[in-house]
Design a protein around this ligand. Structure first.
Ligand code: NOJ
Length: 571
C-alpha cells in the first residue's frame, strides 16, 4: 500500500524530548550522566508520552565543547558507555514505541579526530584539503598580530583562526580551536559523512538533529567581514550562514542517505536562518530536511551582543513567532522550542521562577505546544527546572562562558558585571543535573556531580512532580496527549489574535470544523481582555488550563490571572 503523506509526516503529530546525556542520569557513579542512566529512566519519558528522543553527542570526544567536538563518529565515548549498551538502549526505546535521533555534528570535528590529525601533518597530506587551511594574510608573517587569513571572530571568543606550527598555516574554527571546520567543498568529505550517517541508520536509529548545519557551505574566498564599531573581529556570518551550496549539499545528503528509507526525521539547527530560506529547506518537494531550528525568538532578549541582556517585549516575541507561523503555513514546517542545552531555562527567562513558577512553566508549555510545528521538550523543562544560582566563575563549566569571561575581564571589564550576564545567559543554566528526587544529588548520581546540582531540587524534582496531579509534569503530559488526540493541534492553521497587546498572547487554530482558542497572560499581573469574537467562543469547552475556571464565566470581558493559560475547543 502506498504511504500517505500523513504517514510520512508522522513527526507532525509527535513531540521530541532532548536528552543532554552528561546531565541526565548517571548509572555508574562517576558523576557524569551515561547510557545506563538513560536506560534506567525510560519509564519517566514513556509516562510523559513523548514520541522521539534526541540524544546530544555521546561519541568519543575530548569534551572541549561537551561532546560537540567529536573524535570518532562511529563509536561511543567510554564515559557514556559502550556500543553494546547503545544497541540495548535503542532496542529499549523502540520497545516502548519511541524513536531515537542522534546528534550529527559535521560542520567541524575535534582536532583529535584522525582526519584532522592527518590533515595537519603536512601540506601534501591527502586529507589536507578536508579542512580550511590558509597562509598568513598577504604581506604578513604567520604569528604576527592580525596576520590571520581573515578577520572573523570565533563564536567562542578570540579569532576564528589558529596557527598550526607544523606547517606554519592557519586553520579555520568557527567554534573552539579544538573544533576545526570541515571543508564541504571537498567531495571526499561529503561522502565520508554520508557513509557514516548510513552506518547509524543501518544500526536502527530514526534520524538526525544536525548541528549548525547551515554553516557547512562557506563562501570559499573567505572574505573579511564587516567590523562593527568597537568590535574586535569582523562578522563572518554573511559568508558562512546559508552559504552558496547549502541547498545543493542538503539535497545531495538526502539522496545519498535518506532516500528510500521510511519513518525517519531530520532537523537542521540553523542559526541566522530566515523564514524565506527555511521555507526552501523544509519544502518536502525539495527533499532537504523535515524541519529547522530557527533562533530569532531566543534572541528577542539579546542586546547588541549575545551577552547584553534586554528585557522581553511580548509584542516582539509575538511578531517573531507569528511571522514564522505565517511563513511556513502552506509549505514547510516549524520546530517549536523554548529550551535546549544552549539556552537558559525558560521559566527563569520569560516566566517567573519564584512564587508563580508552576503557573508560569505551564503557561509557557501551553503556548509552545499549541503552535503549529513539532514541539521539543528539553530535559527538566517538564519539571519547570530553573536557572542555577552560580556564585563565582569557578561554578561554571561551559567553554563559551569561560572564554567570554577570560576575554572580557582580560580587556578590563568589571568581573562582577561579566558574571551578572553569565548568570542570566550562560548555557550552564541548562546543564545542571536533572532533578529526580530530593536526596543529596537529586538522584542524578551517587558520586560527585561534574557540575553542581541546583539546590532547589529539594522542592523541584521528578518524584514530587509525579505524585502531584497538578504539577508541571502532568500539565506537559496532558499537552502531549492533546497533540496525539486532537488533530487540530498538529494540523490546524494558526491565526494570531491581539498582536499589539503587551501582556496577553492569544491565537486560534482551525482544522475542519474544529476551532481552538488559546489565551495566555504572559506576566504576573492580572490582565483583562476582550476576547475577539467572544460570542462565538462562549460555549466552547475548556480543554486545559492552569487555574480552576468557573464554567459560567463570560469570555467577553475576561480577566486572566498571573501567568494564566487556557485552551478552549469548539466543534
Ligand atoms: C550548536 C550546539 O547546540 C552547541 O552546543 C555547540 O556548542 C555548537 N553548535 C558547536 O557544535
Amino acid at each position: 500500500m502506498p504511504i500517505t503523506t500523513t504517514q510520512q509526516q508522522w513527526w507532525k503529530e509527535s513531540v521530541v524530548y532532548q536528552i543532554w546525556p552528561r546531565s541526565f542520569a548517571d548509572g555508574d557513579g562517576d558523576g557524569i550522566g551515561d547510557l545506563a542512566g538513560i536506560a534506567s529512566r525510560l519509564d519517566h519519558l514513556a509516562t510523559l508520552g513523548v514520541d522521539v528522543l534526541w540524544l546530544s553527542p555521546i561519541y568519543p570526544s575530548p569534551q572541549d565543547d561537551a561532546g560537540y567536538d567529536i573524535s570518532d563518529y562511529r563509536d561511543i565515548d567510554p564515559t557514556f558507555g559502550s556500543m553494546e549498551e547503545f544497541d540495548a538502549l535503542l532496542a529499549a526505546v523502540h520497545e516502548r514505541g519511541m524513536k531515537l535521533v542522534m546528534d550529527l555534528v559535521v560542520n567541524h570535528t575535534s582536532d583529535e579526530h584522525p582526519w584532522f590529525v592527518e590533515s595537519r601533518a603536512s601540506k601534501d597530506n591527502p586529507k589536507r584539503d578536508w579542512y580550511w587551511w590558509r597562509s598568513a594574510r598577504e604581506g604578513m608573517s604567520a604569528g604576527d598580530p592580525g596576520a590571520e587569513p581573515n578577520n572573523w571572530g570565533s563564536i567562542f571568543s578570540g579569532p576564528a583562526w589558529e596557527l598550526d606550527e607544523t606547517t606554519g598555516e592557519y586553520y579555520l574554527h568557527l567554534f573552539s580551536r579544538k573544533q576545526p571546520d570541515l571543508n564541504w567543498e571537498n567531495p571526499e568529505v561529503r561522502q565520508a559523512v554520508y557513509s557514516m550517517m548510513r552506518w547509524w541508520l543501518d544500526r536502527g536509529i530514526d534520524g538526525f538533529r544536525m548541528d549548525v548545519i547551515n554553516f557547512i557551505s562557506k563562501d570559499a574566498s573567505l572574505p573579511d567581514g564587516h567590523a562593527h564599531d568597537g568590535g574586535l573581529y569582523g562578522d563572518g556570518m554573511p559568508f558562512f550562514v546559508d552559504g552558496p551550496r547549502m541547498h545543493e549539499f542538503l539535497q545531495e545528503m538526502h539522496r545519498e542517505v535518506f532516500a528510500g528509507r521510511e519513518g525517519l526525521i531530520s532537523v537542521g539547527e540553523m542559526p541566522g536562518v530566515t523564514v524565506e530560506e527555511a521555507k526552501l529547506y523544509t519544502d518536502p518537494a525539495r527533499r532537504e530536511v523535515d524541519m529547522v531550528f530557527q533562533f530569532e525568538h531566543v534572541q528577542v532578549d539579546h542586546g547588541p551582543s549575545f551577552w547584553d541582556i534586554r528585557p522581553l517585549r511580548l509584542r516582539d516575541l509575538k511578531a517573531i513567532l507569528g511571522r514564522w507561523q505565517a511563513g511556513l503555513a502552506e509549505v514547510g514546517w516549524n520546530s517549536l522550542y523554548w529550551n535546549n542545552h544552549d539556552q537558559p531555562r525558560v521559566v527563569s527567562r520569560f516566566g517567573d521562577d519564584g512564587a508563580h513558577r508552576v503557573h508560569a512553566a505551564k503557561m509557557l508549555g501551553t503556548l509552545l505546544h499549541l503552535h503549529r510545528g513539532t514541539p521539543y521538550v528539553y530535559q527538566g523543562e517538564e519539571l519547570g527546572m530553573t536557572n542555577a544560582p552560580f556564585d563565582s566563575i569557578e561554578d561554571f563549566r561551559d567553554i563559551q562562558s569561560l572564554n567570554h569571561y577570560a576575554e572580557a575581564v582580560g580587556m578590563g571589564a568589571d568581573p562582577e558585571t561579566v558574571l551578572a550576564a553569565l548568570r542570566i545567559r550562560s548555557r550552564d543554566n541548562a546543564r545542571t543535573p536533572m532533578q529526580w528526587d530530593d536526596t543529596e544529588n537529586a538522584g542524578f548520581t551517587t558520586g560527585t556531580p561534574w557540575i553542581a546540582v541546583n539546590p532547589n531540587h529539594k522542592g523541584i524534582n521528578a518524584q514530587a512532580a509525579f505524585a502531584d496531579d497538578d504539577s508541571v509534569f502532568h500539565h506537559y503530559r496532558r499537552l502531549i496527549e492533546l497533540r496525539h488526540t486532537e488533530p487540530a493541534v498538529a494540523h490546524g492553521d494558526f491565526h494570531m489574535l491581539l498582536a499589539d497587546h503587551d501582556q496577553v498572547y492569544a491565537f486560534t487554530r482551525r482544522y475542519g470544523s474544529t476551532g481552538l482558542l488559546v489565551l495566555a497572560n504572559f506576566f504576573g499581573d492580572p490582565a483583562t481582555i476582550e476576547v475577539p469574537d467572544a460570542g462565538r467562543w462562549q460555549d466552547a469547552e475548556l480543554l486545559l488550563g492552569n487555574y480552576p475556571v468557573d464554567a459560567t464565566e463570560k469570555l467577553r470581558d475576561l480577566t486572566l490571572r498571573p501567568f494564566e493559560a487556557r485552551i478552549y475547543r469548539l466543534r
